[in-house]
Design a protein around this ligand. Structure first.
Ligand code: F6P
Length: 565
């Protein structure tokens, strides 16, 4: 398989027949979820689909079968399938960086046929070779064969990275923590606020700590600064506690520091032996990289078997997205529903609400995936987007969110589509006496989507004995769109499926809007200005005076405060 050339200019969705029909349909659409469910006993079944191990009920969205038909027509008219196929085949669909987009290649099973070639290179072989190196390293650490410089077994793996080099690994580690090897833990440092490095290294023994510096570019200020801070912490600790000599320092770095990057030359410049570095490729976006060597911390602490299972889960969802008929293709349908919600129902945000404490970092992970991908006003040919684009993704695990922000989802003035995620079997043995607490927990999951969909009418409120002004306050309008995603259990495979599901949802939305979901130019200006401001922040009066009055005033306030303490 060789890469086709870059696909054509985006098709303006608002010029399609489907868009015009969707606009008319939106004005005509009548009824409520109560009415639609009453009129169509098959509605739940009609809108429920299985994708790998995920069981996805879309029936509580504000759509009729006609809406879905029109959305699928829209997908055909803007060429979602063609662009999907171009992505899987390695076309340079990341146009602004002239790169292929092949995170899906990272999870192709070994020996897949035909082999995937990109720009003349068999990348299946590259992927498998790197994975094997990661697994060998992980096994060496897990077995105790790889030790610290003083011969002690590694007990803590500290991953230093930010954005895609942090959020994915943290999220997966938290989600699958019960699988961590006894006596081996992971910690994560991301923020350039030195508090992060300070707090995370508290209580750690440098002799048993291994550091993974994870950075696709190996130029990221936060990561390199944190890597230097932790190197200093580690060497100081080893000098003080283990009488490390200056001559032993290179050996200490070799035993305690490894790196993951696409820029192995820069890894060497930092002082890490390239033999202790794991590579990946420019066709893997940072926010799509948890399944690359960026997951080395996961393979090490959770184990190569868990990591393989995670990759197999990703691949199962890739297969579903690539082959399931459009009418049952869950990422396609969910991406199109998001377009409906944003462009026709005027939703500005989208909540993701996992009913699993283990998934407490999943919404944060999705924020980078979705918002760095589709938070753009320019299309892949440089023209302006013709519609609203990327919505704000946010969320917290249930039931915590129920006691915080659900009020607004139930009774506020805004449409907030929400994805509810739950697992039938918990990953813990806890019971409250005879009470199965997981059932109590899931009763909340079922209750919330029911309340949001069907609400409570004024008559129902009155029938409960409420009168007067309180009736309106206790009324629930219903018709608040939700999607329910369930799976048998939160396993590595199911987690891989969930992540890949959202990757592909994000892709579908990007294609409809004509967005290149794989670049992130919007982060550059702030990075540049932070560098430019260094002199002013350090007190250079001429530099401060050259700033705009607001920025100059804030810097002066900062300098005064620092001078007083
Ligand atoms: O600044 C944004 C970003 O480039 C993300 O896209 C990326 O995941 C993150 O920074 C970290 O980049 P790197 O892995 O190159 O250090």
């Amino acid at each position: 398989m060789t890469a086709p050339t870059s696909p054509a200019a985006p098709i303006d969705p608002t010029t399609t027949d489907a868009w015009a029909e969707l606009e008319a349909h939106h004005l005509e659409i009548d009824g409520s979820l109560r009415e639609w469910f009453a009129a169509d006993p098959q509605r739940a079944e009609r809108f429920t689909h299985d994708a790998a191990d995920l069981h996805v009920d879309l029936s509580k969205n504000l759509v009729t079968p006609r809406t879905v038909e029109l959305l699928l027509q829209l997908a055909r008219e803007v060429g979602v399938t063609e662009r999907r196929d171009a992505m899987f085949a390695g076309a340079h669909i990341n146009t602004t960086e002239d790169r292929a987009v092949l995170h899906t290649a990272l999870r192709r099973p070994a020996g897949s046929s035909p082999a995937l070639e990109v720009d003349g290179q068999n990348i299946d072989e590259d992927v498998q070779r790197t994975l094997q190196r990661v697994y060998d390293f992980a096994d060496a650490v897990r077995s105790g064969e790889w030790t610290g410089v003083t011969g002690k077994r590694i007990e803590t793996v500290v991953n230093i990275g930010i954005g895609g080099s942090d959020l994915g690994p943290v999220m997966v580690y938290e989600a699958l923590q019960p699988l961590a090897q006894d006596g081996l833990e992971a910690r994560f440092i991301s923020n350039i606020d030195p508090t992060d490095a300070f707090a995370t290294t508290q209580g750690l023994d440098p002799e048993t700590t291994l550091v993974i510096v994870a950075s696709k570019t190996f130029t990221t200020q936060e990561t390199l600064t944190n890597a230097r801070l932790v190197r200093q912490w580690l060497l100081t600790g080893l000098r003080e506690n283990a009488a490390l000599t200056a001559e032993q320092e290179p050996e200490a770095i070799a035993q305690h520091f490894v790196a993951v990057s696409t820029a192995l030359d820069k890894v060497a410049d930092f002082g890490i032996d390239p033999d202790n570095a794991f590579g990946f490729w420019d066709w893997v976006g940072g926010r799509y990289s948890v399944d690359s060597a960026i997951g080395t911390v996961l393979a090490t602490v959770l184990g190569p078997d868990a990591f393989e299972e995670l990759l197999a889960g990703f691949h199962a969802m890739d297969e579903h997205f690539a082959t399931a008929p459009a009418e049952q293709n869950v990422p396609l349908l969910m991406g199109l529903l998001n377009v409906w919600n944003v462009n026709f129902l005027e939703a500005e945000t989208h909540a993701v609400l996992p009913y699993s404490q283990y998934l407490h970092r999943f919404p944060a992970y999705l924020q980078q995936l979705t918002m760095e991908s589709n938070g753009k006003a320019v299309r892949w040919d440089g023209s302006l987007a013709t519609t609203e684009t990327g919505e704000v993704f946010w969320g917290e695990p249930g039931t915590n969110g129920q006691h915080a922000f659900y009020q607004l989802i139930h009774q506020g003035t805004r449409v907030i589509p929400a994805d509810f995620i739950a697992f039938a079997t918990p990953n813990h043995p806890l019971k409250d006496g005879d009470q199965d607490v997981h059932e109590l927990f899931l009763a909340n999951f079922f209750a919330q989507t029911k309340a949001l969909a069907f609400g409570k009418t004024a008559e129902e409120v009155r029938a409960e004995g409420t009168e007067g002004a309180l009736v309106a306050a206790r009324e629930f309008s219903g018709d608040r769109p939700t999607t329910s995603i369930m799976a048998p259990q939160l396993t590595p495979a199911v987690l891989g499926q969930l992540i890949a599901l959202y990757e592909h949802i994000t892709f579908v939305q990007g294609v409809v809007w004509g967005i290149n979901s794989f670049d992130q130019w919007g982060v550059e200006l702030g990075k540049q200005l932070a560098k430019d401001l260094a002199g002013a922040v350090a007190g250079d009066e001429t530099a401060i005076a050259a700033e705009d009055p607001s920025t100059a005033g804030l810097i002066r306030y900062y300098r005064e405060q620092r001078a007083q303490r």
